[in-house]
Design a protein around this ligand. Structure first.
Ligand code: FMN
Length: 173
């Protein structure tokens, strides 16, 4: 049995090998664009196809997402560490991320990151706040694009050098 000093540390040890792939979630309301790096996400229904992602209440993205209908969900490849750093290590509260990367405007104005060809635009069907520091957004795909290189995924262990632009507990302040 491997266990650590506290239940939280043991939980963290249990989660670590999951090493989830990283995505960038973007959204927009009119000219207000938002996007952040997300590690909490998974397919959550087969028929119909649905996807769940969890947004931190502390993030600029969360506040825009609350009023938005559509989301860009970009699966990062191993060549996209710089995008992970831009979207995960800085906040739109302080810089304009979209002035520092290539993007185009997609359905409902969702910013589509030019260098992330493996992606979907998805529409919110439900949102769930369990009282924790992240809120679950359930979406269904409306446009999906898969390109060569889809098997290359940038994973959590490869972005451990990035410090989040907002700490999740900031929403309590
Ligand atoms: C490795 C890593 C994983 C992250 N996972 C999530 C996540 O699952 N959900 C989320 O909302 N933020 C997550 N973040 C935090 C945001 O990407 C980060 O706070 C970002 O700077 C927020 O930008 P914004 O304020 O412009 O939305 C993660 C950050 C890192 C570095």
């Amino acid at each position: 049995v491997i266990s650590s000093a506290t239940p939280d540390a043991t939980f963290d040890a249990l989660m670590m090998p999951t090493n989830q792939p990283m995505i960038v979630v973007t959204t927009a309301i009119d000219d207000e664009r938002a996007g952040c790096l997300v590690g909490f996400h998974a397919q959550c229904s087969i028929e119909p196809r649905r996807y769940a992602l969890w947004l931190s209440k502390a993030n600029h993205t969360f506040h825009v997402a609350n009023s938005a209908s559509h989301f860009g969900i970009h699966f990062l490849g191993r060549a996209n560490h710089d995008l992970a750093e831009l979207f995960g290590g800085s906040t739109q509260d302080e810089i304009d991320k979209f002035a520092r990367c290539e993007w185009s405007s997609g359905t409902a104005g969702v910013p589509l990151l030019t260098r992330c060809a493996n992606r979907m635009v998805a529409k919110r069907v439900a949102q769930f706040d369990d009282g924790g520091d992240h809120v679950c957004v359930v979406v269904e795909p409306v446009e999906v694009v898969v390109h060569r290189g889809n098997a290359s995924r940038l994973r959590l262990s490869e972005v451990s050098d990035i410090g989040a632009g907002h700490q999740p507990d900031e929403h309590l302040a």
